[in-house]
Structures are given as C-alpha cells and as structure tokens.
Design a protein around this ligand. Structure first.
Ligand SMILES: *[C@@H]1O[C@H](CO)[C@@H](O)[C@H](O)[C@H]1NC(C)=O
Ligand SMILES: *[C@@H]1O[C@H](CO)[C@@H](O)[C@H](O)[C@H]1NC(C)=O
Ligand SMILES: *[C@@H]1O[C@H](CO)[C@@H](O)[C@H](O)[C@H]1NC(C)=O
Length: 413
C-alpha cells in the first residue's frame, strides 16, 4: 500500500511541477523535499476542489487519499505488542511494551490522538506507527492511539466524544491495572486536530468532580485551539506560504467539523462568522493581548467582524454558530478560572503554520492562570512536520522535535 502510495505521490508531484514558484522561507532546512510534498498536497487539493465542483466526489473524500496512502497494518515486533481494542465502543490501537523481566513495576501511559483536521488521518498511518513505537520503547509506556470517527460523516461533537469516551474508560482503576499502568502517570497528547481534542478532553475531565483519576500532563503538538478568529497574524503570515496546511484548507477543516453547509465555510473564510453570542468570547483569543510583541509584526488588531446571518444563509447550519464557540471545539474560549487546575502542558508551535498563534496564546493564557507550561517554538518549523519521519519525507527537524517531545514526557509523566 505504502509503495503504491509513493508512486501516486510522485506522479502528483510531477503533475504539479508548474506550481513550483511559491516562496519557501530560508529558515527551512529540507527545502526541496518540502517543495515536493507541498506540490503533491496542492495538486491533490486542486483535484479535490474540481471533483467537488463537478459533483464527482466531495473534497474530503478526495483528500482522504493521503490517509490511505500512508495506512499500514500495525504489527507486533520484538519490543512492542500491538492489538486492536474497543474502549467503550471506540476503536483504539493499543501499543504495549514487551515485558523485560520484572512485573511489579507500573508504567506510564499516553493517550495519543492523531491529526488531520477532524476530517482525515488515522492512527494506522505509518508516521504515527513510527512515533508511537518510539514512545513505547523510550518511555516504557503503554500508548493508546484512538481511531475516532471523523467529519464530515460525523460532525462535532462526535469526534470529540469518541476521544472523551476512550479517555474516561481508560482512566478507571480496574482498566489501568489490567495494563499495569500507574494511575498517577497518564498523559494525553495529539498533533494538530489531535492537539485540539487532547486540550478539550483535559479541560472536560478537570471539570468533573467525580473523576477520581486525572491526567498528569497534556502534550499539544501545533494544536488548533480556536475557531473564532481565523485571521490572527499566523493565519495572515502563512496564508499562501508553501505548506501542507494553507489557510483555506484549515478553514475548510474547521467548517466541516461543524457543518457541511458551505455558508459556514464562506463566512469563516471572510472571518465574518461571529455573531452577537460569540463576539463576547473574542476577548479570550485577542492576539493583541496574548501574543508576545515579536509575533505582532506589523499586523494591527481589529476584532473579527460580527454579522448576524439571516434567511437562507442561516438555514440548515445545524447551529454551528453555537458549536464553533463551544470550548470542547475551541478550548481557548474559557475563562482563566477554567484553566487554573489543568494538568501541566507541553506546547509545540511552528513559525510557518497558520495555527502558530493558537498554541502561543494557549501557552500565555495557561501560564497566566498558573499552569506549568513548557513551550517549544520552532523558528524553522512548518505545520505537520513531526510526521515527516520516514522516507521519502524524512526531515531532520522531525527527529529533533520528536526527541524533545519524548524527553519532556520522560521528565514530566
Ligand atoms: C527493539 O529495541 C532494541 C533496543 O532498544 C532496538 O535495538 C531494536 O532495533 C528494536 N527493535 C525493533 C524492531 O524496533
Ligand atoms: C484586545 O486587546 C487590546 C490590548 O492589547 C485592547 O485594546 C482591545 O480592546 C482588546 N479587544 C478585545 C475584543 O478584547
Ligand atoms: C498597522 O498600523 C501601523 C501604524 O498605524 C501602520 O504603519 C501599519 O502599516 C499597519 N499594518 C497593517 C498590516 O495594516
């Protein structure tokens, strides 16, 4: 499957050679590899767009090819046992270390949530498999990788609820004991949309007084954390930059998470999707207040426009106006009092990423609320880069980022 995928990918790259004029920032190390990858993605996006335009297949169905290309069947090896389980009805890949001798020792565990804009991706992608195995052996940890259901077939809150149900199920004394996991050493983590879900579930569990076993830490890799202002400086700066996640794709992911109605997509593209209810929450994502000065550059803050949708535009939107402001979708939209008792956090942000400012703002707000935060910002980073860990997309930065990430988990979980 993987080899076939690579062939398709190379074909896409060749097809798209004429796109190669986009700027690649100097800070990026493997420029040519990135260029090829981005061309592949860009061509695929165009094909997806045209396919949807001509009514052949929906955009996301076409984009899903990337997931199929990378899909493997994770198997056990000499160090790691891999099984497929159902936790409260939701599929998870369970990676466990093979026992080295003694059995009295309880282990760490990390609940891992893959990225892909809530619409694509899978825990079975080869890059996640590589990352997960590394975590198992280096942390001597149990890792569960959640195969949550995806939008647009399953809109918000279903992807979130799948993640929540797995986490609740796992954090029971009996279940943890079954896998020799120390109840005091369970973390949640994820990249991109997975970071969004990890942050959301951390908030939710902390709110529940009946929840006996709590998460020890949250590790968020370039997370998406708010859907209110889709014009922060990082959205503006990286709008057209060579990236696997241009602004239009991120906005598409956000809108499809909530609704298949194109009116929401159009409103989000124009950053005019806020209404009178949600505008009161803009203060929680005010980048002018929460981004360090150097990230302001010459962008000037003006709050996103507030427009009341009327008539046809508002019809059939499944109340997405409520959904995108729901903290389970936009974890930045809670007051400080809801942040105060959250587990300590590790946050990775990349300079060349529309989601950069979401992560930075969360770091600022968590710190201000008294939460212990380690924030690693990569000046040479692009969105999605931690997954570029195997040939033919093998980036040095992915290995550096992974090493620091695992090291943080080692010291904090
Ligand atoms: C198993 O772990 C050992 C020691 O860390 C390592 O050298 C070996 O490559 C691992 N095996 C696999 C299949 O990853
Ligand atoms: C955002 O923060 C700036 C100060 O940094 C302030 O002047 C402005 O009123 C704030 N806007 C909102 C919507 O909170
Ligand atoms: C922001 O405001 C400053 C000062 O008024 C101005 O010089 C600059 O061009 C503005 N930047 C943008 C991106 O509009």
């Amino acid at each position: 499957m993987r080899l076939g995928g690579i062939v398709v990918f190379v074909a896409l790259c060749a097809l798209s050679a004429y796109y190669i004029y986009e700027p690649i920032p100097d800070a990026i190390e493997e420029k040519w590899s990135l260029m090829l990858i981005c061309c592949g993605f860009k061509t695929l996006s165009h094909v997806a767009y045209l396919s949807e335009f001509f009514g052949l297949k929906d955009f996301m169905d076409v984009l899903f090819i990337v997931t199929y290309m990378e899909k493997i069947v994770p198997v056990s090896d000499e160090n790691v046992t891999v099984t497929v389980e159902k936790f409260d009805g939701v599929e998870v890949l369970l990676y466990q270390p093979k026992k080295q001798g003694g059995d009295a020792e309880l282990r760490r565990a990390v609940i891992y949530i893959h990225g892909g804009g809530w619409c694509v991706g899978s825990s079975r992608m080869a890059s996640y498999d590589v990352l997960t195995r590394m975590m198992v052996t280096e942390l001597d940890a149990v890792i569960l990788s959640i195969e949550y259901r995806l939008a647009p077939a399953h809109h918000f809150p279903i992807p979130y609820e799948d993640v929540y149900r797995v986490t609740k199920y796992f954090l029971q004394e009996g279940v943890l004991a079954q896998y020799s996991v120390d109840p005091g050493r369970v973390a949640v983590s994820g990249d991109s949309a997975g970071g969004n879900l990890a942050a959301a579930v951390s908030q939710q569990l902390q709110k529940e007084s009946g929840q006996q076993i709590q998460l020890k830490a949250q590790a968020l890799i370039y997370p998406a954390l708010q859907a209110l202002d889709l014009n922060t400086p990082s959205y503006q700066q990286n709008q057209y930059i060579m990236s696997i996640l241009p602004r239009s794709l991120m906005v598409r992911f956000w809108s499809q998470y909530f609704s298949s109605n194109k009116a929401l997509f159009r409103a989000m593209m124009a950053n005019t999707h806020n209404n009178l209810e949600t505008s009161g929450l803009l203060k929680f994502v005010n980048w002018s207040a929460f981004l360090p000065e150097k990230f302001h550059k010459n962008y000037n803050y003006s709050a996103p426009a507030v427009v009341e949708l009327v008539g046809e535009e508002a019809v059939g939107m499944d109340s997405p106006s409520q959904s995108f402001a729901d903290p389970r979708a936009s974890p930045l939209l809670v007051p400080d009092s809801a942040l105060r008792s959250l587990p300590k956090a590790y946050i990775i942000t990349c300079e060349y990423d529309v989601l950069r400012d979401d992560g930075i703002m969360y770091a600022t707000r968590l710190r201000a609320a008294g939460v212990e935060v380690t924030h690693d910002h990569y000046d040479e980073g692009v969105h999605g880069v931690i997954m570029f860990n195997i040939w033919p997309a093998d980036f040095r930065i992915a290995h550096r980022m992974t090493a620091k990430y695992i090291n943080w988990l080692k010291e904090n979980v």
